[in-house]
Design a protein around this ligand. Sequence first.
Ligand code: ZN
Length: 155
Amino acid sequence: METGIQPEGDQAMDDEGRAQLSGDNTVAFILAGNAIFTLVNSETGNRFTFRVRRPKKDAPHFVSVLTGPDTDNDFQFLGTIFEGKTYVHGRKSGIGKDAQSARVAAWAFPRIFEGTLPESIQVWHEGRCGKCGRRLTVPESIMIGLGPTCASKGL
Ligand SMILES: [Zn+2]
């Protein structure tokens, strides 16, 4: 199936296979089912790492935020994305609605989905496929944050 996902030129990457996402690629990556990414405020240097998972196809997406150094164990539930576009802070989240990570999420997700995120806010994936979590190796995959198999299956 054609996904419409295309690599873009002039894209920032680092040696660890992380890359900056933009436009439609950002939304496709975040909603792929098992996405880890970092929002970086290039003006302040502030950053938060989020994980967005969808346990099964007709479920909503669950958002967690990294609260420690361990990207396997230190994610805490933060909120839910309904119908791939509406972010709601979780009543069962152990993180208060007024915490900075919660405020960043509530501010950023609508803008990401509307395509109105300011350029000063960068979205970086962590070098793993947003759908299956495998480490990305090919440049084309690193650019979009999805491995060849996952990208060709569509979302
Ligand atoms: Zn994959």
